[in-house]
Ligand binder design. Sequence first.
Ligand code: F6R
Length: 266
Amino acid sequence: MPAPAPRRLDSAAGTVYIYDEPGPACRDAADQIVACIHRAVAARGRANLGLATGGTPIPVYRRLVDRHRAGECSFAPVHTFNLDEFYPMSPCDPQSYRAYMHQRLFAPVDLPANQAHVLDGTVPEAAVAEHCAQFDRWIAEAGGLDLQLLGIGRNGHIGFNEPSELSVAEALALPTRRVPLHPMTTADAARDFGSTESVPLTALTVGVAPILAARTILVLAFGARKAEAVAGSLRGPITAACPGSLLQTVADRVVWLLDEPAAAGL
Ligand code: F6R
């Protein structure tokens, strides 16, 4: 039986679809990514995807792999740019986002290894700023992101752009860089790392500016624990204190896929 159609809310902050369950939302997200790949490849011979890690998009990657195995989507012309990586972090560490992506998408599909970009958690401290600037140049030289897939932190972070006291103009201009992790982010990551002390203190994150420059932005949020961040992002004022609210500045390019508990505050 097909899943019931999601409820659509048209808001000035973006288009919002509310699903009964995360499963169909992830399936739709993956299908939108496949459609985006096909459109971009038809238009320009390649597709540039910004990708997220974390628990939320895992079923999206499962569906992308299924569609690849069904012969419905080749990743040969796709270039991927991941949102973030812990710092310091070896790509061989199973907690690294490079390992996460390798296991869930890069290895199972036909994505050429030299087209899968993940910020490098091993660059020496003195080279971090240049590495991050290089990542932004790679995205720009690739022609910009056709689609950015996003999750959202309980504190409203996008990528690891954490809440701050910056002005909106300063926050919108944030480039890719090294950041300290917010205590709530560390607490959430502690589940995967086994303890708070094992979570690296900092991370490398794609900045707000390159995220918002994507031609389409798909944001996924599921569960009651995301309700406050979702409400703050969609209903609250535009403020660096809730980085998700910065998405309101590009509302015509943002689609939110939520389940009912995550949408409870709307
Ligand atoms: C991950 C990322 C983060 C997560 C967010 C939600 O690459 O950039 O912003 O999307 O922390 O994480 P989950 O999905 O684990 O709740």
